[in-house]
Ligand binder design. Structure first.
Ligand SMILES: Nc1ncnc2c1ncn2[C@@H]1O[C@H](COP(=O)(O)OP(=O)(O)OP(=O)(O)O)[C@@H](O)[C@H]1O
Length: 715
């Protein structure tokens, strides 16, 4: 079996800029220039200008090594990580990226890399173990079973080493696992954490998924909380550190050969931060390329880092071995004291240059000059020359097909997501109980308000039934909208993170959501109709009851689709709530009760044709009043003629509600599709195939020259 090569990520002259609102001097002057100026400014077209965040970065991240990105706040650490991981797509990128000398982009790196973001949004009702198992099921490890087993056994070895306690030491990269070039195997200088004991070997029949997640739980020290729900701000679950480690475990199990992590230790106590760093080191030791943004690492954490990239104002001021950094900074005039944390020292040196240090107005060099000196010193340094050599001569083995991240078949995704959604609903019964409560409450309320209407005088019946049926149509529609908006707005972030992380595709997610939600949108109106219909005293006829129920079901389904559309189109609930009245009040106005739609303003009359309330209300009214007789006097048909609800029959009106439901349902799907492609770029199969071909294909011309030179030298 052909061994997959370790992967080296290289970039050269990488720049990134975004469009920002121009700080328009003329405009601001106008604003300051009195009322007229303010009015003029309000109508002035917004101008945008480019803001460059990363300025021509050159560097490389080597396999089998833990690389940390350090730098002051705002120096571009997250932007660089996101750009490489393919999660930063809004701005303009220039420069080159390669994986093992093959031309790459952020999108192609996403096919190879795991990514842990700063905000790990995990479904709050899942337990830690379930969240990790989900990752194993939906994102099966990319390596073939043979090499995967080898990797697993290496993990066990490493865990065993870890368990040896102080002095046992973790296994150095290249000793076990994927073979590494000698130059890449960095020295290991870590002590193992005695708390990190491997889980007892599973007994009995254990599935691959259970085994893999048990292993990750053990490696990340999550045994104690493995059956605790993740929780959220309103329903406390695991701690912040445990959540971070769960997110890392979710990426670890995919065995992606590259891992990018944005501040995996922020918000953790010193011990947890050290533990996480040790675990990252252990992962890197298995030949993976691990790159993490770290904030102020302790000296123990600092010792675990192999390579460091220090950024200042979007520029590289150091990229190379951690061991050489302190001397490098000392040579620049910042000697590190014996008892000073080297990470703090480096940080202070850079911060000083950045303008946050003790630079006083009287000091001979200004902060800007110091920053320029640091950048200039880096350009002329030996470390930069060494880095350039690594950039010029990267790992050259092609990316192996088995190294690409895999995604489970759509049917597996659908089955898993449906089961998860059902479990989520069961564990979060408040949502369903509220819906049930609403159906019962409104059924009883309307029933008792209009109790025994059928025994009242004809004119009272006309008024009461009209009001009750209009209320039934609007409440069924609106409650469905609100329930979906509420549920989906909360889930939206989880969906974005998981779909970007390659857990599943949109079709499986969308379908699973419908499989769980649609039955609820059918059962609730049945409950509402069963209570209200008989209390109201609507016509005692089984078929008419069924038609009334069918109308309420159609309105609920339509409300569900509208809610889904709104929640997927607007970014937060407050925007949805602002849009809701603007969209729906015209629907209510043209619902058939408030305005005689046949005689309303001509150029606004079309609104009735897109109002689901109008169709639903008309179906209910015709169901009640067609051929309706009170005390031997037929009153129904004349009344229907007077209020002019249109020519369509009951069945056709119900069908129109369903057509509107279907159209909005499709719009909701398209809106989600737009959301996904906005964040992750186009993910078509053809695109993916092209990106893979580039990574598996021949070397980029940038490196072929080097190959020829090498061959000539050898000759
Ligand atoms: N989309 C954007 N629009 C405008 N400015 C942006 C955008 N993205 C990033 N920036 C700016 O680019 C700079 C770098 O941001 P980035 O988040 O990469 O910094 P960072 O080094 O990770 O900071 P921190 O350590 O505080 O997280 C910041 O000044 C930020 O305001």
């Amino acid at each position: 079996m052909e061994q997959a090569a370790p992967l080296q990520v290289t970039f050269e002259n990488l720049s990134y800029s975004v469009k920002v609102r121009a700080t328009d001097k003329a405009g601001s002057d106008a604003v300051g220039g009195g009322g007229l100026g303010r009015v003029r400014a309000a109508f002035t077209k917004t101008r945008y200008e480019d803001k460059t965040i990363l300025h021509g970065l050159t560097g490389t991240f080597r396999p089998g090594r833990l690389t940390a990105i350090l730098g002051p706040s705002g120096s571009g650490k997250t932007t660089l990580l996101n750009l490489l991981a393919g999660h930063e797509t809004a701005g303009t990128t220039s420069g080159d990226m390669w994986v093992n000398g093959r031309s790459a982009t952020g999108a192609s790196l996403r096919l190879l890399a795991g990514y842990v973001s700063q905000d790990d949004v995990i479904l709050s009702t899942q337990t830690v173990r379930e969240a990790i198992e989900m990752s194993v099921i939906l994102r099966p490890p990319p390596l073939s079973s043979e090499s995967q087993t080898a990797d697993d056994s290496n993990d066990h070895l490493a865990s065993a080493d870890t368990a040896n306690g102080p002095g046992g030491g973790l296994r150095a990269a290249g000793e076990e696992g994927l073979p590494l070039p000698a130059a890449m195997a960095g020295p290991m200088s870590t002590e193992a954490d005695p708390k990190q004991r491997p889980a007892a070997p599973p007994r009995g029949k254990v599935t691959h998924v259970e085994q893999k997640s048990a292993h990750a739980i053990s490696l990340l020290g999550l045994e104690r909380c493995q059956d605790t729900r993740v929780g959220d701000s309103s329903d406390k679950g695991i701690s912040g550190g445990e959540r971070k480690r769960t997110a890392i475990a979710q990426e670890w199990v995919t065995q992606a050969p590259i891992m990018f992590l944005d501040e995996p230790t922020s918000g953790l106590d010193a011990h947890s931060a050290l533990m996480v760093t040790k675990q990252l080191k252990a992962i890197a030791n298995r030949g993976r390329t691990v790159v993490a943004v770290l904030h102020q690492p302790s000296s123990e954490m600092f010792e675990l880092i192999d390579d460091l990239l220090v950024l200042l104002e979007g520029r590289v001021v150091y990229l190379g071995e951690r061991a050489g950094l302190v001397d490098y900074v000392a040579a620049l005039g910042f000697p590190c004291g014996m008892y000073t944390n080297p990470a703090d020292h480096v940080f202070n040196a850079v911060l000083f240059a950045h303008g946050g240090g003790s630079s006083t107005p009287g000091s001979r060099t200004t902060a800007a000059e110091r920053a320029e000196q640091l950048l200039e010193a880096w350009r002329r340094s030996e470390s930069a020359a060494r880095l350039q050599a690594l950039v010029d001569g990267p790992e050259l083995a092609p990316v192996h097909a088995s190294q690409f991240r895999r995604i489970s078949p759509p049917l597996t995704q659908l089955q898993y997501l449906t089961r998860r959604a059902a479990l989520n609903a069961k564990r979060n019964p408040l949502v369903i109980n509220l819906r049930l409560g609403q159906a019962v409450f409104f059924g009883l309320l309307i029933g008792f308000i209009f109790l025994n209407t059928e025994n009242r005088p004809a004119n009272v019946q006309q008024q009461n039934f009209s009001g009750a049926l209009f209320f039934s149509a609007t409440s069924n529609f609106l409650l469905a909208v609100l329930s979906v908006v509420n549920a989906f707005s909360q889930e939206r972030l989880v969906f974005m993170r998981e779909s970007q992380g390659g857990y599943y595709g949109l079709p499986a997610y969308f379908l699973s959501k419908n499989i769980i939600e649609v039955p609820i949108q059918i059962i609730m109106p049945i409950i509402y109709a069963s209570i209200s219909y008989w209390l109201l005293g609507l016509r005692h006829d089984g078929v008419k009851f069924l038609l009334f129920t069918a109308t309420t079901i159609a309105l609920n389904l339509c409300g569900f689709s509208f809610g889904l559309f709104l929640a997927s189109t607007f970014r937060d609930v407050s925007a949805v709530l602002a849009a809701l009245p603007v969209m729906f009040l015209p629907f209510f106005l043209f619902g058939g009760l408030l305005v005689n739609t046949g005689n309303s303003t001509v150029w606004l009359r079309w609104l009735q044709w897109i109002s689901p309330i109008k169709y639903g209300y008309t179906a209910m009214m015709k169901n009640q009043f067609t051929g309706y007789v009170v005390d031997g006097t037929p009153i129904g048909d004349a009344y229907l003629d007077a209020i002019d609800l249109g020519p369509f029959s009951i069945g056709v009106n119900i069908v129109f509600v369903l057509v509107l439901a279907l159209a909005t349902w499709v719009a909701a799907y398209l809106s989600l599709m737009r959301l996904v492609s906005e964040k992750s770029g186009k993910q078509s199969k053809r695109n993916t195939r092209k990106l893979r071909q580039a990574l598996e294909g021949p070397l980029d011309a940038r490196f072929t020259q080097t190959e020829k030179e090498k061959a000539a030298e050898e000759a």
